[in-house]
Design a protein around this ligand. Structure first.
Ligand SMILES: [Zn+2]
Length: 132
């Protein structure tokens, strides 16, 4: 579910990233990360060897496995992100934190998500905390 066109592509931060295909105004809801709603129990079993964005905790009992989901699953982390995530009624909504130009990579602060595995950060932002 996307309100603004985005595309995935090679990121200068890490692997594949998501890029705005059009200009996205500040506070706009970009879309929702789609996927399969599973139990936390199943999520913990699947988590091994998966990327950080692949499993998102929705509430105390459910998680979203977005392995087969839309392009938003490729959101990279930045310590100076331009989008933020809001989890509402088991939906993972992505909003623009600022005006985003077409072609800009969309980044999210993983520190604001329940997944925190202590990875080194390579976002290159001037306020980088160097750890996720
Ligand atoms: Zn960083």
């Amino acid at each position: 579910m996307l309100n603004y066109e985005v595309r995935s592509g090679r990121s200068t931060i890490e692997g594949t990233g998501v890029f705005a295909a059009v200009r996205i105004p500040r506070r706009a809801k970009i879309g929702e990360v789609t996927g399969e709603i599973i139990s936390i129990r199943t999520a913990r079993k699947r988590a091994k060897g998966k990327c950080r964005m692949c499993l998102i905790d929705l509430d105390h009992a459910h998680a979203l496995d977005c392995t087969g989901g839309n392009a938003l699953r490729h959101l990279n982390h930045s310590c100076g992100p331009n989008v933020f995530m809001r989890i509402f009624r088991q939906r993972v909504e992505i909003y623009a934190k600022q005006d985003i130009n077409a072609g800009e990579e969309l980044t999210l602060d993983y520190g604001e998500t329940p997944h925190d595995d202590g990875m080194l950060c390579r976002c290159g932002h001037r306020e980088c905390r160097s750890r996720i």
